[in-house]
Design a protein around this ligand. Structure first.
Ligand code: DGL
Length: 282
């Protein structure tokens, strides 16, 4: 449980958090759809990947990032990380927000992803590729069944994928081995799957590789568009939150690792130069 905090009350940027570079795929889609807002991005690259970490550790790290974003003026924070959405979101919303500031909001990315699945699958068999933490949490099957009880869901953890992206090794023959192995394992468990959710924000960086190994006729879903549209809709419905989001069209990036490395990698992922600062999360 968090202590009462004194937080800035003036409007501020929208906070976006991920364990590392993966959340940039979500940021990119959000910024593309709503360039007018200011954003503050944190990649906890020094402690990535989160995928194999315990519930308590992911919760602690995510809470530290949320506090940092709130203290930096954000009133709305998006956990652009499935692992954090699966393991930390509920606790933060229910236990911490009431103490920190009940008017601030923290949103995850699993629900908006799941909402579009019903329209995509014809066979009603859906596969999920994600981190070990997300798969073990059962968040995807649980959320999908709430909305679409007729859909069968099979998940497969891909323990190497996020690490390959963080290490910039994702476009190598070595990465192909793991991508093919995990896709084959998923499809062998349910050959009727016609839709695969890439349920980790790092995985769009592997999208071309994934498509190479997925048989024709299977749709591969990434999360950026769905999350961006859901956020836009949220801001229309919650004018009191929207009014607290500044509109200068600027983004600040922070990393817990080397700034030089972050700038290099992020610039490649976003196809433009970015400036970044270093922070320590405690
Ligand atoms: N990008 C994150 C996700 O969506 C986590 C990857 C990791 O740190 O393991 O789950």
């Amino acid at each position: 449980m968090s202590e009462m905090m004194t937080l800035p009350q003036t409007p501020g940027p929208i906070g976006i958090f991920d364990s590392g570079y993966g959340g940039l795929t979500i940021y990119n889609a959000i910024k593309g759809l709503m360039p007018q807002y200011d954003y503050l991005y944190i990649g906890d690259n020094a402690r990535a990947p989160y995928g194999t970490r315990s519930f308590d550790v992911v919760y602690d790290f995510t809470l530290q990032a949320v506090k940092f974003l709130f203290e930096s003026g954000c009133h709305l924070v998006i956990l652009a990380c499935n692992t954090a959405s699966a393991k930390a979101l509920r606790n933060i919303q229910q236990l911490d927000l009431p103490n920190m500031d009940p008017a601030r909001r923290v949103l995850g990315i699993i629900r908006p992803t799941v909402e579009c699945v019903g329209d995509v699958t014809k066979s009603r068999h859906v596969g999920v590729l994600a981190t070990e933490g997300t798969i073990k949490s059962m968040s995807y099957p649980l959320e999908i069944r709430k909305l679409f009880p007729d859909i069968e869901v099979v998940g497969k953890a891909c323990p190497m994928w996020a690490s390959l992206v963080e290490a910039n090794e994702h476009l190598t023959p070595g990465a192909d081995y793991f991508v093919k192995r995990d896709i084959d394992a998923l499809l062998s468990r349910d050959p009727q799957i016609d839709t695969i959710i890439l349920g980790c924000t790092h995985y769009p960086l592997l999208l071309d590789r994934v498509k190479q190994f997925v048989p024709q006729g299977i749709t591969v879903l990434t999360q950026g568009e769905a999350v961006a549209h859901s956020l836009q809709d949220y801001l229309v419905r919650h004018t009191e939150v929207e009014a607290k989001c500044t509109k200068g069209g600027n983004t600040r990036f922070y990393t817990t690792e080397s700034v030089t490395k972050f700038k290099e990698q992020a610039s490649r992922f976003l196809n433009c130069q970015v400036q970044a600062g270093k922070i320590v999360l405690v």
